[in-house]
Structures are given as structure tokens and as C-alpha cells.
Design a protein around this ligand. Structure first.
Ligand code: ADP
Ligand code: ASP
Ligand code: MG
Length: 813
């Protein structure tokens, strides 16, 4: 009995790789006789096709391509074999390439490329590679023969994708190998012949199938597919970086995965082997010591989802109409029409209302399908019983595959939940009754995201990835980036959360790095990055379409606040330190909250009130658990507290304000704080979060700043304060005379809010506030007399950044 080993295009791409292949075959030869099936050198089939097509278009450039093909093979021979053994192989390569050129010249002259000639042209790839490998093996110790696959595998005349005649093939293979005694027989993959001896091919990727056909015919103990990955993986490794090798998988699961796009095995491959129960191993030529994947009758019991795959470039055809209801035969007619035109149906869904039927096919075939279906149903369409076929393009299927999904409830819930949370719209769903596959049709552009989201949901017990975009790199933004860097390892370890900062922008530059920005030196990188353009930054975030995306606004900019809806409507969470959106008109605030709900995402702004203090979160918890807010008393301006705690009329009021600004406690324009606007916004946001519909204009503001100081620039403001020092010292003296302290208090009672400077006596809850502290007293149904109090530092970059950080973590749930 011989085992069958097949080496793919990348395994034989050049002399260096071929040497590895030789070593693998030699090693195996110590225990087994082998049939070695080989693909063309990687990329050569494409090159051959390209040359033939170029020639058929009357473009002489095919000659250049042929020359490159010849040179690549000659070069490979020269590097692989000792000089003394090269000459016969070099002349073989030249002879074959001349023959190839003759055929291409014919194509060029005729201006025509039939599929039969195309098969003839591409067959040269496997002929050359197999001859080269056989020569390399013969130059070593092994006894090695070369056998033309066209004398073994017989097919029909469906050129480019011929169907195998198994009876003849099995006889030919059995009789050849019965009399064959070499240690190794090398056979070109992919190619076969029809009954007249014309060259046919088995379909792109078909060398795997060659190995399976031969393996089944000789009853091989095992078929090994050697490729460039260490096995069949839980997802396409080019799409999902954390895809893992599946150690063991059933034939059915592997077939399902390959039919749904897992390129590592050509889909028809497993059928002949499954019938004979021959195990298949997927092995890595570049890491032969890796275990690989074993495909047998039994999959791995413990896993209910074994892999995720996708098919791109799909279209949905929907046939709809009241005339379909209850009348048998519509679907038969539809499928017959498609089958007669050789249009493969990849997916079918029909609602139980029978009002419509929906099928998925390859995009390339849609025009043809539309024409056929509309013709077949022309009478029904004319009679108004059916609508003309509706075609939607730019779609793809993502599928979960696993033998044991049927015994586990809740898998589709988890699948669609994960897709929904990431804003991936599912256009159609199909689940076979075997429950081995649940398929979702999504937009083509969502495929990488969908596959990653599902992979994370079903395979990554390791960690969840959060993709963060930070806009604003002032005091708070910089601190936030520091904190994210500092906590990276902790969050990974303790919360299995990987926070990647993918974008950083400020008013000057914007930096985006999909693999995550190195936070050790973001400043230098940002300084080198392209100029900031808000709309491009937002478009990039939307287009990147990364899973679990969070947009973090640490600016005070109204334009930035104006882009939230573009993000929320893409299911991108928004964490805002910026108060402008939450304090804008009620309609806009409600619109953003509704968007977040509708798109299953988060709009969070804890730091809008009291910096890092858990004020909004606490209020949300009260309301959600059924409590009702009766009254709120609060001192909400860290700035005003700082100012009034430091001002005792012994130095100018303006100096104290200056100090507050220098220490980072004020808005860029301190009047937003001192004039009470900032406090108004905060009480407004609290009232809204408590469930009240309220606008800024409805809030009374008993302002203490002289009206004159509200005009002009920030510099003018400082001048004006100095001019009015007497006014400020009078305020202070009056309060001190009564043994009270000045506090700027916000109150919300019975739906009415007001802010203003008050003299607070020592018995009051608000009296003992120091430095930049904030305090909020919630009087509610559950806290009627003794309020629920939240108190602590209510300003400062560090605490604000940590509040933003906490919102980012909340957005990850
Ligand atoms: P060969 O040339 O050896 O036949 P292929 O390129 O046909 O190799 O198939 C191997 C490639 O299949 C891998 O390099 C990988 O990028 C791709 N692939 C797609 N899906 C999967 C999957 N689920 N598991 C492993 N590989 C996959
Ligand atoms: N060389 C062929 C192709 O590229 C067959 C194969 O590699 O399996 O499709
Ligand atoms: Mg392949």
C-alpha cells in the first residue's frame, strides 16, 4: 500500500522550497512507499492563463510572459540539481516551453482561446513541476518514477472543470500501481484526459483532488496534503490573525468549510476518501514538525463550532409575489431553470408565508440568471402574480460550521447577537436541517469584520479586542493615552480585554494604524502624521469597519460633537468628554441616544458631570432600577470651587482665576465656568438623564460676573475682572460676615433647574467642600430625606481621563 502525499504551489515555488519537499519525501520513504502529487510552481497556472488570454486578444506581450515562465523553471533546475545532472532536464524544459509557445502562437493567430486549448496550456505547469521534482528525487538515493496523470485519470469533456469517470480511472490506477515497484511515483496534479486522450483539468486548486482520486483508487492508508499553513484553521488566516489550527475535524465539517471558502482544500477532494474512510492530514511543508489537521469520520467531540468561513462575491435573487402562496411548483420551476443554465445555487431561504423565495448565487452569473428566470416566469409576471426577479449584488456569505451545533441551543442567537452588536446587517439567513452550517448573507465590505467578530465570539476565550480612536490630545487626552498604555497588560490579564488605540487625532494631525499605535511614542508619530481633516478621520473609522470600535472625544469642539451620529449609525460607540452634544437641544440629545439604542451601541458621557466621579452612572442605575429623582442639589464646578475656596479678597480675584486656569481646572475660556454656563450644562444633563425633557433656556442663571466681563477675548476678561475687583471682594466680605462660604450651586426641583452663587452656612451638606471638589445630592423616592451623595475631586486631567477610561471599558461590554 502506498500513501499519497500532495505538495501545493507554494511548497514547490522555488528550488529552496523544493529541497524541503525532497527532504520530506526522503524521510517518509524510510517507512512507506509513496505516490507524490504535485502542483505547478506557485503562480505558474495564473501566468499560463494570463499568457494564453493575452495571446487570444492579439497582444504580443504573451511572449514576454512565456519567457518569464521558461526562465523561472530553468533557474529552478539550475539551483536544485548538481550541474552534472542538469542537462537532460534543462533540455526537457526548453522542449516543453517551445511546445507551449507553439500553442500560444496558434492562439495568437486565431485570436481565439477555447476551453480545451486553455486546459492544454495550463497543463504545462504541472508537467514541468512534476518532472523537476522527479529529477531531484532521482538524483538522491530513492528509486523514483514519473507517471503522466493523463494515463491514469479519465474524465468527461467538461474542460476546465472536468468530471471524473471513476470506473475507468480506478481500473487504470489499480492496474498501473499493481505492477509498479519504485519507492516513489511522482504524478502531476490537476491534469487528466478525456476518452480521446485530450488534456483536461479538474478545476482550479484541483491537485488536491488528484491526490484524493489516486488515494481512493489504491486504498491508500493516508492522504497527506502539504501546504503553507499548519492545518485547516478555525478561519481564513489571511482574514483572522488569531485563527487557530483545528487538530481534528470530520469529513463533513471539512467539506462544509471548504465549500464555504476555506481554500486550503479543494471542495470535491474529500468525497472519494470519505467513501473509503481514508484519513487525510493537512501538513505544513515549512513546519513539518507541526502536528497539522487530521480529517476522519469522527470530528472532535468537544467543539460544537469547528470553524468559520466565507464566500465573497455573491448575489441574492428574490422571487416574490402573491401568486406564489400555496401553489406548488414555483420553486421547482425556479431551480430547474437555474440548473439548466448550470447556475449553482449556494444558499436558499424561504419564509413560511411562501410569499417569497430567495437564493444566493455567484455575482458573475446574475445577469444570466435574471434573464432566464424572468423568461421562465414571463406569464406569471405579466399576470401580476409574480414580480420580476430582484437582484442584489455586493454580498457575501459568512458561515459557522460544526457537526455538533445541533445539540447546542443558542448558537444562532450568539452568532446574530455578535453580528448585530457590531452593526453588521444580515440580509438573509440559511440553516441546513443537518445544522452543520448556519449561514448569514452580509454586505461584501463587512466580511473581514464579520469573520473576526464571529471568531472572537466562538473561539477567542483568550481576549476581546477593543479598537479605540481618540480625538483630542490636550491635558485629558494625553493623560488618557498614558493610562491606556499603563493598564494594557492588566486589562489583558484580568479582563481579557485588548485595547488597541487605532487612531489619534488633534487639531493639527491625524494618525491611523490598523494594527494599533505604539503608545510609547504616539507624540512623535502623530507629529509626522497627515494633516487633520475631521471628515476624513471619521470616514476612515467608518470604512475600517473594525469590530468593537469606540470613538473617544476629548475635545471641547462643536464640530467634533457634530459627527457622533455618523459613528453611532455605524454601531461605533461614542465616549464623549465633550459636553456639547449632551447639552445641545433636547431633540438632538434624544436623537443620539435613540441612535445608540437602534444600532446596539453606546453613547457615554460620564465625565460631562463631575469629571471622573460616578455621577451619571449612579443616576442611571437609580433610574433603571425604578427609582425617581425628586431633587438634585449640586456643586458642579471644580473651577468655581477652586476659585471661591482660594479667594479671600487678600489678592485679586483675577489672580485666583489665573491660577485655576494654569493648573488646568478651567475650560479654555474660563467664562464658561465663571459665567455659570458650564454648570448649567451639567445640571441640564443630569435632569435629562433623570428622565426630564429640559432645555438650556429653561434654566435660571443668577450670574455673579459683571455683565461687562462677558464681552471680548479671554485677555479682555482678565482685564475686566481686575477692574471689578471691588465687586468680587464685596461678595466675599458679605458672605464672611455671616460666617458663610460662597458656593456656586445648581438645583433641580420638580422639573425646574437653576444655578447661582449662594451663601452656604456651616450646617449645610454643601459647606464642607475643599479644593476642586464636586458634590451631588440626589433626593429620590428611595433616598427621600438623607440624600445619596457623590463627592470628590471634580476636575483635573488625571481624574477626568480615568472617567473617560471607565466609559471606554463600559463600551466594551
Ligand atoms: P496550496 O498551494 O498548497 O494548494 P492553497 O493556497 O490552495 O495552498 O491553500 C492554502 C491557503 O488557504 C492558506 O495559505 C490560507 O491562506 C488559505 N486558507 C483559507 N481558509 C483557510 C482555513 N480555514 N484554514 C487554513 N487555510 C486557509
Ligand atoms: N496549479 C493549479 C491551480 O493553480 C492546481 C493546484 O494548484 O491545485 O489551480
Ligand atoms: Mg490548493
Amino acid at each position: 500500500m502506498r500513501k499519497v502525499v500532495k505538495f501545493g504551489g507554494s511548497s514547490v515555488a522555488n528550488a529552496q522550497n523544493l529541497s524541503r519537499v525532497v527532504a520530506i519525501i526522503q524521510h517518509a520513504a524510510t517507512t512507506d512507499k509513496q505516490i507524490v502529487v504535485v502542483s505547478a510552481l506557485g503562480g505558474i497556472t495564473d501566468d499560463l492563463l494570463h499568457a494564453a488570454k493575452t495571446a487570444s486578444k492579439g497582444d504580443i506581450a504573451y511572449k514576454e510572459r512565456l519567457l518569464l515562465i521558461e526562465q523561472r523553471h530553468l533557474e529552478t533546475v539550475k539551483q536544485l540539481l548538481p550541474v552534472t545532472q542538469q542537462s537532460s532536464l534543462l533540455s526537457y524544459v526548453k522542449t516543453v516551453c517551445n511546445e507551449l509557445e507553439d500553442i500560444c502562437n496558434g492562439i495568437y493567430l486565431l485570436g481565439e482561446l477555447s476551453s480545451r486549448t486553455q486546459d492544454r496550456v495550463v497543463s504545462f505547469g504541472e508537467l514541468l513541476s512534476s518532472k523537476i521534482l522527479a529529477a531531484a528525487l532521482q538524483s538522491g538515493q530513492l528509486s523514483c518514477a514519473w507517471k503522466d496523470a493523463r494515463e491514469l485519470i479519465q474524465t468527461n469533456q467538461q474542460f476546465t472543470r472536468a468530471q471524473v469517470d471513476f470506473t475507468t480511472t480506478n481500473n487504470q490506477v489499480a492496474s498501473y500501481f499493481t505492477a509498479e515497484s519504485h519507492d516513489v511515483v511522482v504524478v502531476p496534479g490537476f491534469i487528466a484526459a478525456d476518452v480521446q486522450g485530450n488534456t483536461t483539468t479538474l478545476g482550479r486548486g484541483g491537485s488536491d483532488y488528484t491526490a484524493a482520486i489516486l488515494g481512493a483508487a489504491v486504498h491508500a492508508p493516508v492522504v497527506e496534503i502539504w501546504t503553507d499553513v499548519s492545518g485547516m484553521m478555525t478561519a481564513d488566516p489571511r482574514l483572522v490573525h488569531s485563527a487557530k489550527v483545528i487538530p481534528q475535524i470530520s469529513y463533513q465539517e471539512a467539506m462544509e468549510l471548504s465549500h464555504f471558502g476555506a481554500k486550503v482544500i479543494y471542495p470535491p477532494t474529500l468525497q472519494p476518501l470519505l467513501e473509503k474512510n481514508i484519513p487525510v492530514w493537512i501538513k505544513n511543508t515549512f513546519a513539518p514538525e507541526d502536528a497539522g489537521t487530521c480529517i476522519t469520520e469522527e470530528g472532535a467531540e468537544e467543539k460544537f463550532v469547528c470553524g468559520i468561513s466565507s464566500i465573497s462575491h455573491m448575489a441574492l435573487l428574490s422571487l416574490e409575489g402573491s401568486g406564489m402562496v400555496g401553489i406548488p411548483g414555483f420553486s421547482k420551476k425556479l431551480f430547474e431553470a437555474l440548473a439548466n443554465a448550470q447556475i449553482n445555487v449556494m444558499l436558499i431561504t424561504q419564509g413560511s408565508s411562501e410569499h417569497s423565495i430567495c437564493v444566493g448565487i455567484q455575482t458573475a452569473l446574475t445577469d444570466q440568471a435574471k434573464e432566464i428566470v424572468d423568461t421562465v416566469f414571463s406569464d406569471e409576471i405579466a399576470a401580476g402574480k409574480l414580480n420580476p426577479l430582484v437582484v442584489e449584488k455586493d454580498l457575501a456569505v459568512v458561515a459557522l460550521v460544526g457537526d455538533h451545533m445541533k445539540s447546542h441551543p443558542g448558537i444562532s442567537g450568539r452568532m446574530f447577537g455578535a453580528l448585530g452588536r457590531n452593526g453588521i446587517n444580515v440580509r438573509a439567513i440559511a440553516q441546513g436541517s443537518s445544522e452543520r452550517n448556519i449561514s448569514a448573507v452580509v454586505a461584501q465590505q463587512d466580511v473581514p469584520k464579520a469573520v473576526n467578530v464571529l471568531h472572537e465570539a466562538f473561539f477567542e476565550t483568550v481576549y476581546k479586542q477593543l479598537n479605540v480612536f481618540v480625538i483630542g490630545t490636550g491635558n485629558v487626552g494625553s493623560k488618557l493615552l498614558d493610562q491606556l498604555l499603563q493598564q494594557y497588560a492588566y486589562l489583558m490579564q484580568q479582563m481579557r480585554l485588548q485595547i488597541r488605540v487605532v487612531g489619534i487625532a488633534n487639531s493639527r494631525h491625524m494618525l491611523i494604524q490598523e494594527e494599533g499605535i505604539d503608545l510609547q511614542d504616539w507624540k512623535a508619530q502623530l507629529a509626522e502624521a497627515p494633516a487633520m481633516d475631521l471628515q476624513s478621520f471619521v470616514s476612515a473609522i467608518r470604512e475600517k469597519n473594525l469590530r468593537n470600535s469606540v470613538f473617544v472625544d476629548v475635545t471641547a469642539n462643536d464640530q467634533v460633537a457634530g459627527v457622533y451620529d455618523q459613528l453611532l449609525s455605524k454601531s461605533i460607540s461614542v465616549v464623549a468628554c465633550n459636553k456639547i452634544a449632551a447639552a445641545s437641544n433636547y431633540q438632538h440629545y434624544a436623537y443620539l441616544k435613540d441612535l445608540a439604542r437602534a444600532y446596539n451601541t453606546q453613547f457615554l458621557f460620564e465625565t460631562n458631570v463631575g469629571a471622573g466621579l460616578p455621577i451619571i452612572g449612579t443616576l442611571n442605575d437609580l433610574i433603571r432600577s425604578g427609582d425617581r429623582v425628586r431633587r438634585i442639589d449640586a456643586v458642579l464646578s471644580g473651577t468655581l470651587n477652586f476659585v471661591f475656596n482660594h479667594y479671600d479678597a487678600s489678592r485679586p480675584f483675577a489672580d485666583v482665576v489665573q491660577q485655576a486656569q494654569e493648573e488646568g481646572y478651567t475650560e479654555p475660556d474660563p467664562r464658561l465656568d465663571l459665567g455659570g454656563t458650564d454648570v448649567m450644562r451639567k445640571i441640564l444633563i443630569l435632569a435629562r438623564e433623570a428622565g426630564y425633557t429640559i432645555e438650556m433656556e429653561q434654566i435660571d442663571n443668577e450670574r455673579f460676573l459683571p455683565e461687562a466681563c462677558m464681552q471680548g477675548s479671554v485677555a479682555d476678561f482678565y482685564v475686566c475682572m481686575r477692574q471689578h475687583e471691588a465687586h468680587f471682594s464685596a461678595l466675599y466680605t458679605a458672605a464672611a460676615a455671616k460666617n458663610t462660604k460662597l458656593k456656586f450651586v445648581a438645583t433641580f426641583i420638580d422639573g425646574k433647574a437653576k444655578v447661582g452663587l449662594q451663601q452656604i452656612d456651616p450646617a449645610h451638606n454643601l459647606y464642607h467642600l475643599y479644593g476642586k471638589d464636586n458634590v451631588v445630592l440626589f433626593y429620590t423616592d428611595r433616598y427621600p430625606d438623607q440624600p445619596l451623595v457623590v463627592k470628590g475631586a471634580g476636575a483635573g486631567a488625571d481624574v477626568t481621563a480615568s472617567g473617560v477610561f471607565a466609559d471606554i471599558l463600559r463600551a466594551s461590554v
